[in-house]
Design a protein around this ligand. Structure first.
Ligand code: G6P
Ligand code: MN
Length: 445
């Protein structure tokens, strides 16, 4: 099995490779090809992978290239984990939005739209190349904003592209844990868009255990989402939202917190990662140790502004191990070995959520087997959630058409229609600001 990783010089690649190293079974990945535009990033990551593999017999081979077509040819799986514009771009997404008093988060609100506008054309180009050079490959999309980017790619790859995110998995795992349930035996009734979904139930042996959690303020306040949203609000909702809904339900506080920090998340990561990649230029640097230290710091500070506004304190030790790589590996195994399993993934709706059309990519539990991921039919969302999902899907569709037609007017429309952008004038200024700082938006005329 050959796995090609696009964004192969990216910081989280060793997580994926680490997961591959735990897989000893038949049909496992034996060959990893890293692709990146930047040679020195490839070199840095390859050094970490070499140290990871040092003690593992039959570790998957690793090669690196900056030639995209060469990387794609013959691939069985393609992971796409690219960052168009780099972390400098992410920091600019935040800065331009905050200057207008709105949120510039990587995936939510104005920041997510800006990031989507410059990523979609690149993702579409990749999808077209995959369709041509590796038509039987499965594409696993990590690239944020993951739902939107997956939908853009699905227009060229159909159901052969599947988007993944670790937030719903982490959320399900936390809820199962506080309820004393085995996450592997629990069915998580979750649905929405990427970074915009809700857990409405958790069934073990056919019985819904979530009402027990919602009725118990002590249990409810004992895990990340309870601390972030507050028990009263979770009880009012009667559901547990994805952590990214904190930006919606507490928008004013999060915007204020983000405007007051010395460095935004993107700027912090830009500096932190630059230091790591610099360190890797020294031939005798201990690559794996440096990587692990940097990773731990990144995970400990994840969503720290949100947690601060909510008085949520430090993250739980259990939440620091991510899960990103585990979803990817579980998905590949299910497809490659026909090991039927249920995973929450980003796929085309196909009628699962009746309020959206069949081609809309949603985040939903899927049955996965050798034929791919099949969304499970889910109960409708309540009106308030349906409203948000439809509004944001509408915005995503404007982003897709702006990217397709190169239309600045459509880009303004995308920003203006987002529930977290509060004026058409703000949307106009956002397009001004973003096109000034992002060369990747020069296509908007
Ligand atoms: C979560 C999200 C991902 C995001 C990751 C890292 O897992 O679901 O979409 O990429 O966090 O966030 P960070 O702020 O560290 O880049
Ligand atoms: Mn995510």
């Amino acid at each position: 099995m050959k796995l090609t990783i696009l964004g192969g010089g990216g910081f989280r690649v060793p997580l994926v490779y680490g997961a591959l190293l735990t897989d000893r079974g038949e049909g496992r990945v034996t060959e990893v090809v890293l692709h990146d535009l930047d040679d020195s990033r490839l070199y840095a990551v390859a050094r970490v992978l070499a140290e990871q593999a040092a003690t593992v017999p039959d570790a998957p081979t690793v090669t690196a290239t900056t030639d995209l077509d060469e990387a794609l040819r013959g691939a069985d799986f393609v992971f796409s984990a690219i960052r168009v514009g780099g972390l400098e771009g992410r920091a600019n997404d935040e800065r331009v939005a905050l200057a207008q008093g709105v949120l510039g988060q990587e995936t939510v609100g104005a920041g997510g739209i800006a990031y989507g506008l410059r990523t979609v054309p690149v993702a579409v180009d990749i999808a077209q190349r995959v369709a041509r050079l590796a038509p039987d490959a499965w594409v696993i999309n990590f690239t944020n904003p993951a739902g939107l980017v997956t939908e853009a790619m699905s227009r060229h790859l159909g159901d052969r592209v599947i988007g993944i995110c670790d937030s719903p998995v982490g959320l399900g795992r936390r809820i199962a844990k506080v309820l004393g349930a085995n996450p592997r035996e629990a069915y998580i009734d979750y649905v929405g868009l990427n970074h915009l979904g809700w857990v409405r139930g958790l069934r073990v042996a056919g019985r819904d255990e979530l009402p027990r959690l919602l009725a118990d303020p002590d249990l409810l306040g004992s895990f990340e989402e309870g601390k972030l949203f507050g028990t009263d609000w979770l009880q009012s909702l009667g559901a547990i939202p994805n952590e990214y809904l904190h930006y919606y339900y507490f928008n004013r506080e999060t915007v204020r917190a983000y405007s007051e920090v010395e460095r935004t998340r993107g700027a912090f990561l830009r500096d932190q990662q630059a230091q790591f990649y610099d360190e890797m230029k020294h031939p005798d640097a201990a690559a794996l140790t440096a990587w692990d230290r940097t990773r731990a710091e990144r995970e400990a500070t994840y969503m720290s502004e949100n947690r601060e506004t909510a008085g949520a304190g430090e993250r739980d030790a259990d939440d620091l191990s991510g899960g990103y790589e585990k979803v990817a590996l579980a998905l590949m195994r299910a497809i490659a070995r026909d090991e039927r399993t249920t995973l929450i993934l980003n796929v085309r709706n196909q009628g699962a959520l009746s309020v959206l059309d069949t081609d809309a990519v949603i985040e939903v539990p899927c049955l996965v087997d050798a034929n791919g991921a099949h969304p499970v039919a889910v109960d409708p969302l309540p009106d308030h959630a349906t409203g948000l999902v439809c509004a944001v899907k509408g915005v995503e569709r404007e982003v897709l058409s702006a990217a397709e037609n190169g239309s600045r007017t459509t880009a303004v429309k995308a920003f203006a229609l987002h529930p977290l952008v509060d004026s058409v004038n703000v949307a106009r200024r956002l397009v001004e600001g973003y096109t000034e700082v992002h060369p990747g938006l020069a296509y908007l005329k």
